[in-house]
Design a protein around this ligand. Structure first.
Ligand SMILES: *Cc1c(COP(=O)(O)O)cnc(C)c1O
Length: 394
């Protein structure tokens, strides 16, 4: 459409990149097909040669997946994208396709567990070395740089303690040495933080989280400039097959339509809950990027336009206190997912971060009483009443 480029996100996410079939359906068509047929042998030949536009095989590209990728590009302000079957498929492809044997990666240590495994365990198997740093400390990023450093990788805000990394400052160091910056932007969502505008080169999402937002399917996406995707991801995707299923692409497209409404409501409720918990006698500490007492409030004001839908806090009474609290919740459910319409709570020390040593957890600010709350779409007053009732058991 002619003025699509001027649309605000709420409009883009409902109409962007629409590709109607000859039937003029209202809702996006779901092309559940593996392959495509050709009118003639000549047409098949031309399509394989790249002389004729069109689809060949859904491992390469599929119309429903294509609409999802294009709509995400418009939202992110990216030239091109590749959707994947899960967030980890997106992140591992983005990292592995950025380096080769002999290269060195610097990553912020506060990473989603599987990302840390890719950097610390998988990459070294293929001769790619890595150094983990405290992402908040620019001197550590600088000190970690080696002549063969090709890639910086970070997540901000981080899981679960919602630390923030200054993306523009990291990108400046990377540009100085010609390295690329990959940002896992799951916690901020594409609505509250724009890593490409801050100088990052590649943005990755687990679409499983806010983009679906209703707990239905896994998905992921890598967004960057067209040249990098053509040169680094194109062949990898065709030949290794991390492709997103058209069914899940369709589900994610339905999620995108309501993403701005959901993220706004969940963020408003998260702030209200964080403020309430900060004054609660059974809570020793609250970390929320939307509060003025966040240790990095100044960076947040520069790089985020919202405080996220997650609240991290510490219940008194250590692990027994946290367990008694979680077990007494009636509306909020115990689950390690996030960004869902349902409020979900997790105890990182015994679940998502159980593989770290006690010292490594302490370094990340995870104590035995720490819990991470993903705020859902329920009435905020009901959620506060549920949290209060459960905290009385601590
Ligand atoms: C969930 C998550 C991932 C992994 O995504 P999957 O869709 O579960 O594979 C990666 N990074 C962050 C920050 C996440 O929250």
């Amino acid at each position: 459409m002619s003025n699509e480029k001027t649309w605000k996100p709420a409009t883009q996410l409902v109409h962007g990149a629409t590709m109607r079939s000859q039937f003029g359906e209202t809702s996006e068509a779901m092309y559940l097909t593996q392959g495509f047929v050709y009118d003639s042998s000549e047409s098949a030949e031309a399509r394989f040669k790249g002389d004729e536009p069109g689809f060949i095989y859904s491992r390469y590209a599929n119309p429903t997946v294509d609409v999802f990728e294009k709509r995400m590009c418009a939202l992110e302000g990216a030239e091109d994208a590749r959707a994947t079957a899960s967030g980890m498929a997106a992140i591992s492809a983005a990292l592995l396709c950025s380096v080769k044997a002999g290269d060195h990666v610097v990553a912020a240590r506060a990473l989603f567990g599987s990302c840390r495994w890719v950097v610390e365990t998988l990459m070294p198997k293929y001769g790619i070395e890595s150094t983990l740093v405290d992402g908040r400390d620019m001197a550590q990023w600088e000190a970690a740089v080696r002549p063969n450093t090709k890639l910086f990788f970070l997540e901000s805000p981080t899981n679960p303690t919602l630390e923030v990394v200054d993306i523009a400052a990291v990108a400046k160091i990377a540009d100085g040495i010609g390295a690329r910056v990959v940002v896992d932007n799951v916690f901020a969502t594409p609505l509250q933080q724009k890593p490409l505008e801050l100088g990052a080169h590649v943005v990755v999402y687990s679409a499983t989280k806010h983009i679906d937002g209703q707990g239905r399917c896994l998905g992921g996406i890598i967004l960057s400039d067209k040249k990098w995707i053509d040169e680094n991801l194109h062949d990898f995707f065709r030949h290794t097959g991390p492709s997103l299923s058209p069914f899940n692409a369709w589900t994610l497209l339905k999620g995108l339509e309501t993403l701005p409404l959901r993220v706004k409501q969940q963020t408003d409720s998260a702030l209200r809950i964080a403020d309430h918990l900060a004054a609660h006698p059974k809570v020793s500490r609250v970390i929320y990027p939307g509060r003025a007492d966040h240790p990095q409030a100044e960076i947040i004001a520069r790089q985020m336009s919202g405080g996220s839908t997650l609240v991290c806090f510490e219940t008194k009474g250590g692990k027994p206190g946290a367990f008694a609290f979680q077990n007494a919740l009636e509306i909020v459910r115990i689950s390690n997912n996030l960004g869902d319409a349902k409020s979900l709570i997790t105890h990182p020390a015994t679940t998502t971060h159980k593989n770290l040593t006690e010292d490594a957890r302490a370094d990340l600010g995870i104590s035995p009483g720490t819990v991470r709350l993903s705020v859902g779409l329920e009435d905020a007053g009901d959620l506060i009443a549920d949290l209060d009732r459960a905290l009385s058991k601590v």
